[in-house]
Design a protein around this ligand. Sequence first.
Ligand code: ZN
Length: 306
Amino acid sequence: MNPARLARFHDCPRYFICPLCHAELNLAGTSLRCPNRHTFDIAKQGYVNLAPAAKQSQFYSKESFANRGRILNAGYYSHIASAVLAAVRTHCPANPRPAVLDAGCGEGFYARAVQQANPQADVLAFDISKDSVQQAAREDTSLAVRWFVGNLADLPLRDAAVDCILDVFSPVHYGEFGRVLRPGGIVVKVVPGARHDEQLRELASAHLRHTDYSNEQMVDQFARHFDVLDTRLVSQTFAMPPDDVRAFAHMTPLLFNVDIDALDLGQIHELTVEAQVLVGRNRADSTCAQQHGVAHVVAHEGEVEA
Ligand SMILES: [Zn+2]
């Protein structure tokens, strides 16, 4: 294997633990291995599968990742990426080598942006979907992001290992976030705004159970677990060519249960991409909560988003 693809895993005991026995993981040849000889190979694309038994969601096919890649690379989410970078820049605790975890990195758009803007940072990016991590690692020209497939409910990471967690359009597991964050560390959580995709939602209204969308409950949950430092609404409406409208309709979780061929997508000429960016600080007592087994899984309909 290309040594440049291995280099980022030399210091893996600093962050990673064995997903089976929770012992320290070390680089051994082209694998990560724990003292109990559980072994996880580094794939040729430069990621490690630390959740070999994980099942993939039926909705996240290679095709939907291709559509997402097309939409992200076309710049329709660049204003959201800028807001995420600004939040990290402003609120991430001062550290010459900050560790940033992207929890639910998808095809790696935000993790790559954070690594590029912060070359001194250790960016750890994981997703439960092997296909998405594979694509993310393949497109990572920095060869610096530590990509891995992992279980959100049982992260193969040390306690208090990271300064910052990005949770971009992804379900949240507050117990694990509190455990892996250092005291005073921050979470940057991005949820869809109320006007997100409104043109598509209106078009598909006959096929949807809820046509209006509120992120209020998610925002409340967040404030119960973290000291909220900042909330910001970022919104942009784009004129969109038909091919991009089609790609968008195929990638948005909003329409996962809708027959997209039955929609007259030709009626849509512009689309609003809107998100709320929340920044919260880890409370000092969150580790105690974790030790006492308090952990909440929160995944609302509509939370998993582009
Ligand atoms: Zn082990």
